[in-house]
Design a protein around this ligand. Structure first.
Ligand code: NAI
Length: 329
């Protein structure tokens, strides 16, 4: 297509925004034939940083960059948006209780969901990156009653990509040899990277690597990779998070290749015992522009307990937001 696509990015002045926007301007999301209009949304404290990024985007002289604008008003930023990356969120600060964190983020993602509902393009697709990502996506979705629930998703592709990369490194193979991994549940330390259906080339992953490692140190390493990155580089994952968000959105629009699946946090339809309505990570394929949960995967006892534990955390987050009166039906 040669019609420009309008892409809104909240938190545009932050670390992930800085990594994401240049990839979008370069055409890494939709390919070399689709011009993009970038809307950079910030709060007043981040507006100058976003304006500086806007200058650098202009200086990139990207042939596909049709427009770039900075906004502090969500309605302006989301009007006619086809694609929305919700990256900006309220971080947890010292002394903040979990309920305070959920409340502060409901104050962001509720109004943003409403603005998307009222002003975005009819085909809008939304990915929430800002943490707690699954529950923030749930809040946005519940505030957008006129849009199909499936248009709201959250990022667990970074966890998925970490799971692929760490397994490939352990096995000493290229990442292209690794298939069939699923990350289930919440984007949090309770997430479950599941190798029970994974293969390395033609060999079952659990036959190729030590099973105790796969069910112990491996899960820990993937789930705590964010902390490992912070310890190593002194700031949190940014380029890898941006890259995963692009992978997620590109697969959503253009389709997952062949019979491969990936991991996506989606509004549950009740599959795999995950209560309907929760935003939880599933194995999914993108077919004709829609995510479809891969059916009929065998869940062994170990996997069942891990999935249930992460889903219990999602239920507790949902219930805490609902108890504050911040979750419309
Ligand atoms: P950052 O602090 O560098 O940038 C966040 C930006 O969001 C700031 O510029 C801030 O002013 C802006 N912001 C805050 N509230 C806003 C609002 N209401 N509207 C628009 N902008 C707003 O943080 P960074 O490193 O870019 O990370 C962003 C978020 O992504 C964090 O919540 C982080 O925890 C999360 N994250 C999620 C990952 C995932 O896999 N789901 C992976 C890595 C980070």
């Amino acid at each position: 297509s040669t019609q420009p696509v309008t892409i809104a990015v909240s938190g545009a002045g932050g670390n992930i925004g800085y990594a994401l926007l240049f990839r979008l301007a370069a055409g890494d999301l939709l390919g070399p034939d689709t011009p993009v209009r970038l809307r950079l949304l910030e709060i007043p404290a981040g507006e100058a940083a976003a304006a500086g990024t806007q200058l650098e985007l202009i200086d990139g002289a990207f042939p596909l960059l049709d427009q770039v604008s900075v906004h502090t008003d969500a309605t302006e930023a989301f009007t006619d948006a086809n694609i929305v990356f919700l990256v900006g969120a309220r971080p947890r600060t010292a002394g903040m209780e979990r309920a305070d964190l959920l409340e502060a983020n409901a104050g962001i993602f509720g109004p943003q969901g409403r603005a998307i509902n009222d002003h975005a393009a009819a085909d809008v697709r939304v990915i929430v990156v800002g943490n707690p990502a699954n529950t923030n996506a749930l809040i946005a979705q519940r505030n957008a009653p006129d849009l199909p629930a499936e248009r709201f998703t959250a990022l667990t592709r970074l966890d998925h990509n970490r799971a692929v990369g760490i397994l490939a490194a352990e096995a000493g193979v290229p990442v292209t040899e690794v298939t069939g991994i699923t990350v289930w549940g919440n984007h949090s330390p309770t997430q479950y990277p599941d190798l029970s259906q994974a293969s390395i080339g033609e060999v079952a992953a659990l036959a190729a690597v030590d099973v105790d490692w796969a069910r112990g140190a491996y899960i820990d390493r993937v789930a705590k990779r964010g902390a490992e990155i912070i310890a190593a580089r002194g700031s949190s994952s940014a380029a890898s998070a941006a890259s995963a968000a692009i992978d997620h959105m590109r697969d959503w629009v253009l389709g997952t290749p062949g019979d491969a699946w990936t991991s996506v946090a989606l509004v549950s339809d009740g599959s795999y015992g995950v209560p309907a309505g929760l935003v939880s990570s599933f194995p999914a394929q993108s077919i004709e522009g829609r995510w479809a949960i891969v059916p009929d995967i065998d869940i062994d006892e170990f996997s069942r307990a891990r999935i249930d534990a992460s889903v219990a955390e999602l239920i507790a987050e949902r219930d805490a937001v609902a108890a504050l009166g911040l979750l419309p039906d």
